[in-house]
Write a protein that binds this ligand. Structure first.
Ligand SMILES: *Cc1c(COP(=O)(O)O)cnc(C)c1O
Length: 365
């Protein structure tokens, strides 16, 4: 007999996480860096890799990587925990601090994986909402926290998909009210002026997560980390699989930090391009663009093809012109919105001219 066994009851309603990929010439949909790693990085990395004994397990606690990261951001290594992408960091945090009978609070619209991973780990998700400007309101956050007493509160700053940056005062107010961990996902932190990193302290239940996927041009390698009090890091190390972070990833993370100057130049360039895109979108009739501290911009279309479903119709028309952005038009709270990743200057220009064509064809000036 081969009846298929069903998964856990609480998983049957879940769908996997998807970000559709299409074969187009201008791909501005997944917030990666438009640039490959700096010249010299791969050679330097392979040279390091040539020196390690591959028949031995890697350093289980990634000491070299943790001290290199700690040094680069002015944090002691015992506060650094590394994993295969910041999503694995989030999963480990939820395995340690979430679970059956526990709650995580998120403020929608935000990064879908926070609630997705929470549910996979059996954690109940409490959904708060953001203000119309997509900021988290400290007073309503405090009220929700008092009501639900969540073990985990998720912030995302800059927030994906809106780009909104929460000021440190908001983070501090939420920390003050929260009975458990406050996790600030700063996957795009390097593109913003404000960060919660300086608030991390040995005696405060604050965790800030970062990734090599966006700013460090290493999405293919899967490396992320968090900065947290050492007593949190110790719990994460208990829960994560032994030797989860392979030696090539550890060495890539250390080696990348030697190319900091190149990375900072790219950040400056992408921020400059973001501001150019913002100004151009802001001038278009029928488009509302939201301020962003990240390497992407969210914009709402209020004209164009498609009638009631105009956001999606504009997305389709963009695809026909070879430009792929991310379609959020059917998401609650960001109806008719699309998200464009800041690409190279040429890609951004191609995106703008496709959008202008589409809007012009449909009667906007
Ligand atoms: C892209 C992104 C991540 C990155 O995940 P990795 O696993 O590090 O690639 C994390 N959080 C947010 C909000 C993101 O947009």
């Amino acid at each position: 007999m081969s009846d298929r066994i069903a998964p856990r009851d609480d998983l049957t309603a879940l769908e996997g996480y998807h970000s559709p990929q299409l074969d187009v010439s201008v791909r501005l949909n997944t917030n990666e860096s438009p640039f490959p790693p700096p010249p010299g990085f791969v050679d330097a990395w392979l040279e390091e890799l040539g020196t390690v004994p591959l028949h031995r397990y890697p350093d289980r606690s990634a000491r070299g990587l943790r001290s290199a990261i700690g040094e680069s951001i002015g944090q002691p290594p015992p506060r650094v925990f590394c994993a295969n992408g910041s999503n694995e960091v989030l999963q480990t945090l939820l395995l340690s601090y979430g679970g059956t009978g526990r709650r995580a609070l998120v403020f929608e619209p935000t990064y879908a994986l926070h609630s997705h991973i929470a549910r996979i780990t059996g954690t109940e998700v409490i959904v708060g909402s953001r203000r119309d400007d997509f900021g988290v309101d400290p007073d309503s956050a405090r009220a929700l926290i008092e009501q639900h007493q969540p073990e985990i509160v998720f912030l995302c700053s800059p927030n994906n998909p809106t780009g909104t940056v929460d000021p440190p005062a908001t983070v501090a107010a939420i920390l003050d009210a929260a009975p458990g961990l406050v996790i600030v996902d700063e996957a795009y932190g390097e593109f913003a002026r404000e960060s919660a990193l300086d608030l991390v302290d040995d005696d405060r239940a604050l965790v800030v997560t970062r990734t090599y996927s966006k700013v460090w041009s290493l999405a293919a390698l899967r490396l992320g980390f968090c900065v947290a009090p050492p007593w949190v890091v110790a719990e994460l190390e208990k829960v994560v699989l032994p030797y989860h972070l392979d030696v090539s990833t550890q060495l890539a993370g250390i080696t990348a930090l030697r190319f900091r100057a190149e990375m900072e130049a790219r950040i400056a360039l992408l921020v400059e391009e973001r501001e150019r895109l913002f100004a151009a979108l802001d001038e278009l009739d029928g488009v509302t663009v939201f301020p962003s501290g990240a390497n992407f911009l969210l914009f709402r279309v209020s004209t164009g093809p498609g009638g009631e479903d105009r956001g999606h119709a504009v997305w389709e028309a963009m695809v026909e012109r070879g430009v792929l952005v991310r379609d959020f038009s059917r998401w609650p709270g960001v109806e008719d919105c699309l998200r464009v990743t800041v690409g190279t200057a040429a890609e951004n220009t191609a995106f703008l001219s496709a959008l202008k064509d589409i809007l012009r064809e449909h009667g906007a000036r």
